[in-house]
Design a protein around this ligand. Structure first.
Ligand code: SAM
Length: 238
């Protein structure tokens, strides 16, 4: 089985077994605490006339919010079950959802041929891939961006691993996270110090980067919402 199939098998299994109960999806934060803050960071860099692709959009919560700010939005996913869930729960007149494996640059090229240059939003997707697959994902990103698009990504940082270790030691695994692990999803890591080699300066211009967090739907016994350490970066192609 290729690694791309491994992602498809595990994520399809995850997405097809959700019941739709509130709080079930660990990272499914209210967009007021996710895409809205992200948008504030990247909106000064985008050409709003271009379509926006939410790459690895999951159930489409953030996608639908972004559709309030772009004329045309496409949520893409490796898992058909996620596409179906997003269509059912996060539809809007200017949003479409479709299957696209970010590890298939030929499919990204075909989508670029269909819609032209696009802005890309990626929340908590690259770190899910094995580091050995990152370069292939970046090839797809280049195809989709074309000359005019920008990429906004927000990914767990190197501080996430000790953060999770402490969280689990003190409170046990959050149910939403345990559900992910039940489907043989084994998160990789995108270390912020590797950004430069992954998006080399001869191919990409770094427009901005800084610390961030991925807000979750999990509350600690204190009532505090779990926010996983993350970082954001904004790029365009040279
Ligand atoms: C942690 S979730 C984040 C979902 C969404 N971006 C959000 O913030 O709600 C990671 C998503 O990446 C998707 N994914 C994993 N591997 C992928 C691949 N090779 N191509 C496209 N999407 C992928 C998964 O199905 C999952 O929905």
């Amino acid at each position: 089985m290729t690694s791309a199939n491994r992602y498809l098998t595990s994520w399809e299994s995850y997405w097809s077994t959700l019941s739709g109960a509130p709080g079930e999806i660990f990272w499914d934060a209210d967009p007021a605490y996710a895409a809205q803050q992200d948008l504030a960071l990247f909106k000064g860099h985008v050409d709003p006339q271009l379509p926006l692709i939410d790459l690895g959009c999951g159930n489409g919560t953030q996608t639908r919010f972004l559709a309030n700010h772009f004329a045309k939005v496409i949520g893409t996913e490796i898992a058909p079950a996620a596409v179906q869930l997003a269509e059912r729960t996060n539809g809007a007149a200017n949003v479409t959802y479709r299957v696209l494996d970010v590890l298939r640059p030929d499919d990204a090229e075909a989508l670029h041929g269909e819609i032209g240059d696009a802005n890309l939003y990626m929340r908590a997707v690259l770190h899910q891939l094995s580091p050995s697959d990152h370069a292939t994902a970046v090839q797809s990103i280049e195809q989709l961006l074309g000359e005019k698009g920008i990429l906004y990504l927000v990914e767990l940082s190197s501080a996430a691993e000790p953060f999770f270790a402490k969280l689990i030691a003190e409170h046990g695994p959050p149910p939403g996270l345990a559900r992910v692990f039940q489907h043989q999803i084994t998160p990789g890591m995108l270390h912020e110090r590797n950004l430069k080699s992954l998006f080399p300066p001869d191919r990409f211009t770094l427009l901005g980067t800084g610390p961030s967090h991925i807000r979750t739907v999990h509350n600690l016994p204190t009532g505090e919402v779990v926010k996983v350490p993350a970082f954001y970066a904004i790029f365009r192609r040279r």
